[in-house]
Design a protein around this ligand. Structure first.
Ligand code: ADE
Length: 383
């Protein structure tokens, strides 16, 4: 299989060592100790599990681990291993101390997961030969490999599987400051004359995700090849953001469609994942794994037991504040959600739900503001 030019650039943007790796301080420290101890003990370490949203650097860390251990890295993914035989084929091509990285490990079939248990514990693979009463199990020795699993869906891994990893690390969204540092580093590698303020601007729009920032930088390099700016400032970036349809908060088309739908069609929620996915003609997994994590983390939506709810920030960002006031048919539950998600501004000095309700009732279109009514609403909404 041939690799595209862009892929090669991606590889070179990866930090080669923990020292060059920016952010994820807690995980980095834990990994540093774990590796040092392993190397001192003779070079081998226990299996590792990385979890967190896509694009946080799980594969990059696997490369770093393999390099620190002077091991070869083999990359595969959960869906690619359909049966125990596929696993056997992979394992027979590995050597002692090699690192096997299994991306999307939550998507391994259960039978393969179970076949992995003896591999992880005893470096042995049990193969079933034959069928029915004549079936028998043969135990094969496999190389003493290190498995690094990566998942965006930790909850989908069974407890026995999780327990077989010696160290479990969570990689989470980066801060804007860390993102700006990563962007500066990548820009230097790509020889882009990016000004610091422009790096911050990209950081703000790249969903706190290095993979997205690096992809933007590559597109910026395309623009740079044509325009040959002496330096890239915020104004020069605007052209790129327009081209890529990325707004000031880093939201893309699908995010904006999601928020627009939640606010206009579902009165701000609560709406269930399946309902939202069907309305957007997307599959649930895409919405849950790729769209919602950033919307949640950035405070545009909240998850409640009854479903997803748009926050004040979402209304404001989408310029749909009037939808709140216009929803004369909003239910008490929706009113309560608006309150819970910060839609009602209680910053005027008075504190407490009665003050908020009084203010709401005096501004709004259909509530009565007598003390008795306010008490009734408070009881109704169970404050
Ligand atoms: N490139 C992608 N992720 C990175 C990180 N965490 N640190 C430095 N460079 C990166």
């Amino acid at each position: 299989m041939t690799k595209k030019q862009g892929d090669n650039v991606e590889v070179s943007l990866r930090p080669p060592s923990l020292r060059d790796y920016i952010g994820q301080e807690k995980s980095k420290k834990a990994l540093e100790v774990f590796l040092k101890a392993g190397i001192q003990r003779g070079g081998s370490i226990e299996h590792l599990l990385f979890y967190g949203p896509p694009g946080m650097g799980k594969t990059t860390l696997a490369h770093i681990v393999a390099r620190e251990l002077s091991s070869d890295l083999k990359i595969t993914s959960g869906p690619a291993i359909e049966k125990a035989g596929d696993l056997a084929a992979i394992l027979t091509n590995l050597n002692d101390n090699d690192v096997l990285f299994i991306d999307e490990i939550h998507r391994l079939p259960r039978s393969v997961e179970e076949a992995l248990y003896p591999v992880m514990e005893d470096f042995a693979l049990d193969i079933v030969l034959g069928k029915g009463p004549a079936a028998r199990t043969v135990r094969l020795n496999v190389p003493r490999i290190i498995i690094i699993g990566a998942t965006t869906r930790m909850a989908l891994l069974s407890a026995p599987f999780r327990d077989r990893f010696g160290l479990v690390l969570n990689l989470d969204f980066y801060t804007v400051d860390e993102m700006a540092q990563i962007i500066q580093r990548s820009a230097e590698i790509l020889k882009l004359p990016l000004l610091p303020q422009a790096a911050v601007e990209i950081a703000k729009r790249s969903r706190k995700t290095p993979r997205i920032a690096n992809r933007m930088l590559k597109r910026l390099r395309d623009v740079q090849e044509i325009h040959d700016y002496a330096s890239i400032d915020v104004a020069a970036l605007e052209r790129l953001f327009d081209l890529l349809d990325i707004d000031s908060e880093g939201l893309q088309n699908i995010d904006k469609k999601y928020l627009h739908l939640l606010i206009t069609k579902f009165n701000g929620g609560p709406a269930g994942l399946s309902t939202i996915a069907v309305s957007l003609s997307e599959d649930k997994q895409t919405i849950e794994e790729f769209v919602e994590p950033y919307l949640l983390q950035s405070g545009f939506i909240k998850k409640t037991t009854k479903g997803r709810v748009a926050t004040k920030k979402a209304y404001d960002h989408m310029g749909l504040a009037h939808h709140y006031a216009a929803s004369a048919d909003a239910s008490p539950q929706q009113e309560k959600n608006w309150y819970n998600t910060g839609y009602f501004d209680c910053s005027g000095g008075e504190i407490g739900i009665h003050a908020v309700l009084r203010r709401l009732c005096s501004n709004a279109w259909r509530f009565k503001s007598s003390p008795e009514h306010i008490q009734i609403y408070a009881n109704l909404w169970q404050y």
